[in-house]
Design a protein around this ligand. Structure first.
Ligand SMILES: Nc1ncnc2c1ncn2[C@@H]1O[C@H](COP(=O)(O)OP(=O)(O)OP(=O)(O)O)[C@@H](O)[C@H]1O
Ligand SMILES: [Mg+2]
Length: 270
């Protein structure tokens, strides 16, 4: 098959392959897209936690975005971890030059193991300058709590927080409910006209490393092909659910999910 669409990913590398840019490339490829990258940081990590973060110089990030898009124009852009204000400003500057409308921002701030991945001034800049440029914002509960300065304990709190995020200027919000302590997990979609709740049974597993990156890349894949926003979110949630269900059980901690769940390989390698 030929790729269905082209996507630029702006995000950090996860050496363990389960989250970050690695998860993004696997997801986009498994859903039939062509993935391009601008790497913002290099992390040394495994399924037990993050060992170190090495930042890429903001000018290099800007160059990766501009030079890549000048040649192959993406249909959509997925943004993941941006760890400092300088990096966020460099990304905003580059985005102004390339003028792509479908921008999906996963405001990564905290790793699954609880480690804070970005500093406080970056959080402020994200809130003030980048969110308003996004078509879809996909925070998890701890991120929505930080961004909206409120505690989220139930679905009503999630809706309340999503409304505040909408007021920051994003066109659509998908607030992910993976951190809710209940039998059923809900992800809440909200824009000015509609609200849609995606409900799924919580799968009992500790192998959920990279669910968030995977979800935003899956949604970006569907959006980049022209699917409507709510349908794209619904299909993205389904893809992640299936990826968790079929996780390969790798690693000794929070293991990765199965990005290949959408693929059937007919060839034998032996
Ligand atoms: N145990 C689970 N069972 C079913 N669905 C889950 C489970 N954990 C997460 N999800 C789903 O995975 C998607 C990602 O949500 P989550 O809240 O885990 O994002 P995240 O915290 O950003 O992930 P990450 O830690 O990778 O950044 C959502 O659709 C959520 O409902
Ligand atoms: Mg996340």
């Amino acid at each position: 098959m030929k790729p269905r669409s082209k996507i630029l990913i702006i995000a950090g590398s996860d050496s363990s392959g389960g989250a970050g840019i690695q998860a993004d490339i696997k997801t986009i490829t498994s859903l039939g897209g062509y993935a391009m990258t601008a790497i913002t940081a290099i992390t040394s990590q495994n399924t037990n936690g993050v060992f170190s973060i090495f930042s890429v110089n903001p000018e290099e990030i800007e160059k990766q975005i501009i030079f890549t898009c000048k040649d192959i124009r993406p249909d959509a852009i997925k943004i993941g971890m941006l760890h400092s204000s300088k990096v966020i400003h460099a990304v905003i500057k580059a985005l102004k030059r390339i003028k792509i409308k479908k921008i999906i921002l996963d405001p990564v701030m905290v790793a699954k193991g609880g480690e804070k991945l970005i500093d406080n001034s970056a959080i402020k800049t994200l809130k003030k300058d980048l969110i308003k440029k996004t078509y879809l914002l996909t925070p998890n509960i701890p991120e929505a709590e930080i961004l909206t300065d409120m505690k989220i304990k139930n679905i009503n709190d999630m809706i309340q927080s999503a409304k505040i995020l909408l007021n920051y200027g994003a066109q659509n919000i998908l607030l992910k409910g993976g951190h809710l302590k209940s039998k059923y997990l809900v992800d809440i979609f909200l824009n000015k006209n509609q609200i849609k709740i995606f409900k799924n049974k919580k799968i009992k597993t500790r192998n959920t490393h990279g669910t968030g990156c995977t979800l935003s890349s899956a949604i970006t894949s569907f959006l980049s092909c022209g699917k409507p926003i709510i349908k794209s979110c619904e299909l993205g949630v389904k893809y992640v659910n299936q990826a968790i269900r079929t996780n390969p059980g790798y690693g000794k901690g929070n293991g990765p999910i199965n990005h290949l769940n959408s693929i059937v390989l007919n060839r034998k390698f032996k």
